[in-house]
Design a protein. Structure first.
Length: 94
């Protein structure tokens, strides 16, 4: 029982470290800007995958989780955006 508790504490710690790392900008020193099109009807998961493919976020899973935890899933909008790898997760969602 004690080993299980220790394992769960370690697993939680690793998960928190991964999540915090995944929220950071992809490339803080980048001056690149990329046009990104979010189409009407895209799910949060599809948007997350698209942003990861475009190099805007480190992890689609972390983006999806961030949006859900922030309650921002209903605020995401379709459209054409200029995004950069230097943006953190909060800037990307806004």
């Amino acid at each position: 029982m004690r080993r299980l508790f220790i394992f769960l504490i370690l697993l939680t710690g690793v998960g928190i470290l991964w999540y915090r790392s995944a929220l950071r900008p992809v490339d803080l020193g980048s001056i690149a800007e990329r046009p990104v099109k979010i189409t009407e009807g895209m799910s949060v998961g599809a948007i997350a995958d698209h942003l990861e493919e475009e190099g805007i976020v480190r992890s689609s899973t972390a983006f999806h989780l961030f949006v859900l935890l922030q309650g921002a899933s209903t605020h995401l909008q379709a459209g054409n955006f200029i995004l950069s790898p230097r943006m953190d997760m909060t800037e990307t969602v806004e």
